[in-house]
Write a protein of this length. Structure first.
Length: 137
């Protein structure tokens, strides 16, 4: 049986937030946007339809829960939710809080601007706020 291993690119570009029932929740290291990623801990899954029915359902539950928490904490104008995977083939779903005054609005965030890294205090604060909101749901 294969063991779950986070793709090296995701490992390098994120901070661990929390393990949910199915997925690992990560924060992208770019403080220009509150940007989170759900990575189902299912080895070799590259597309959502590769998950079994129960896991697909669980991923949707976790995504909905994450969206609700992001809205509560950050109050975005729009949420962008997408599973692209052109660079990182491991199944992962982006959840990005977007604001009409963010640096890339209204364009997509991918490749729009170089990332601006969080400092330790900043990323810990974002993680703590989000975890509290998720745990309250």
């Amino acid at each position: 049986m294969n063991e779950f291993v986070l793709h090296p690119r995701l490992q390098a570009d994120t901070f661990f937030v929390k393990d949910l029932k199915l997925s690992r929740l990560l924060l992208i290291n770019d403080k220009q946007y509150p940007w989170f990623v759900l990575v189902p801990r299912v080895p070799s899954a590259t597309e959502a339809h590769h998950l079994n029915k129960d896991d697909r359902y669980q991923l949707m539950i976790e995504s909905d829960r994450l969206c609700t928490a992001i809205e509560k904490v950050f109050m975005p104008d729009k949420l962008n939710v997408a599973a692209i995977g052109n660079v990182v083939p491991q199944l992962h779903v982006h959840h990005i809080a977007r604001f009409r005054d963010d640096v890339s609005w209204p364009a997509p965030v991918w490749g729009a601007r170089p990332a601006v890294a969080y400092n330790n205090k900043e990323h810990n604060q974002v993680i703590d706020q989000l975890v509290s909101a998720i745990d309250e749901l």
